[in-house]
Write a protein that binds this ligand. Structure first.
Ligand SMILES: [Zn+2]
Length: 349
């Protein structure tokens, strides 16, 4: 019985291969060749990943509950104005779920780690598309509604999401087959320049976020006079934007652990804070778009582009399929060889 609940010993940074090491996190590492069962057990053991997992696993259920509520309560399938909200809420379920799974199973092997985070990146870029779909439907200021930018907005957002997934996956190992194969020692950017890899990843996620928010930023920060949609939802939008910038700041700076390496290994390091503020930001974003939808429904129904499959679920489906293809292409060389060899690995997430 005791052996059933016995948890594996945690390791220090010098006991794990470089690919598993995190900046300024000194202890609390799981075994780099954990079994799937050990990974699941680690949810109940304090490691440096435990709170990373829970801070996205629990919110997955919250957003799933919201999605189910909308599907059941608002006769969503008959009311096409609700479809963008469904797409957005679905993306809000997918990204924390993919993230918590990635953090749970990333210690199974080097290859598993890369593949887990490819899915994490794909889910984040899908969330950016979900945001674009819902902004196009409910958040565009009156002034810009039906304009040329509005009509191009979702196709560009799909393109951006695909580029985002590609750049984020590229930032780990380079291009599949060209710069790495099953023998991952040939991999390109991270071993040569981990800072460049991190920079690529920040750009990969910041760029679609900034593009998606152009109509919102214009509406709440720049627009003056008629047609600015200056309603009571703007306060919720401000909260979401503030939290989004805080999230990006934490991801890019590795604060607070950079100031005191080893002091925040288990609780309070930047990645946990990044998760928590991302979820809080998404929560306010969800409240804001729901409120905009409710307040502006009559005006949108009369004046905005009609909501169809082609500007709501269609782009989401295209993005989902293309993201899966990209992830498969980046994962294929890792799956085609013999088992993962940590010893040859050079650098980290
Ligand atoms: Zn994470």
């Amino acid at each position: 019985m005791l052996s059933l609940i016995k948890v594996p010993q945690v390791l220090t940074i010098n006991q794990v291969p470089k690919v598993f090491q995190e900046d300024c996190i000194i202890s609390g590492y799981r075994q780099p060749r954990s079994s799937a069962v050990d990974c699941i057990r680690s949810l109940f053991q304090l490691t440096n990943e435990t709170l990373n997992i829970w801070t996205h696993f629990l919110p997955t259920w919250y957003f799933l509950w919201k999605l189910v509520t909308v599907v059941l309560m608002q006769t969503a399938w008959q009311d096409s104005l609700t479809w963008p909200l469904l797409v957005f809420l679905f993306s809000c379920c997918i990204y924390p779920l993919a993230s918590s799974c990635a953090h749970t199973f990333s210690s199974m092997s080097t290859r598993a780690r890369h593949i887990c985070f490819f899915f994490d990146y794909g889910a984040l870029s899908f969330y950016s598309l979900g945001s674009a779909v819902v902004y196009s439907a409910y958040v565009f200021p009156d002034k810009w509604t039906n304009g040329y930018f509005h009509q191009c907005y979702i196709p560009i957002a799909v393109f951006n999401a695909i580029i985002s997934t590609t750049v984020a996956c590229y930032s780990r190992l380079g291009f599949p087959f060209l710069q790495y194969n099953h023998d991952v020692t040939r991999r390109f950017p991270e071993c040569q320049s981990p800072k460049f890899s991190k920079f690529l990843r920040v750009i990969a996620f910041a760029y679609p976020y900034l593009f998606d928010n152009i109509p919102l930023f214009y509406r709440v920060f720049l627009c003056a006079g008629e047609g600015c949609t200056d309603n009571e939802t703007n306060m919720l939008h401000y909260k979401h934007v503030a939290l989004a910038f805080l999230t990006g700041f934490l991801f890019a700076t590795h604060l607070p652990e950079r100031l005191a390496p080893g002091s925040f290994d288990y609780i309070g390091h930047s990645h946990q804070l990044f998760h928590v503020f991302a979820i809080l930001g998404t929560h306010f974003q969800m409240q804001a778009v729901e409120q905009d939808m409710a307040i502006r429904r009559p005006w949108l129904t009369a004046n905005s582009l009609p909501i169809t499959f082609a500007n709501s679920m269609g782009p989401a489906l295209v993005c989902l399929v293309l993201n899966c293809i990209i992830i498969a292409l980046f994962s294929l060389p890792l799956l085609s060889g013999p088992g993962g060899n940590h010893g040859k690995e050079q650098k980290k997430t």
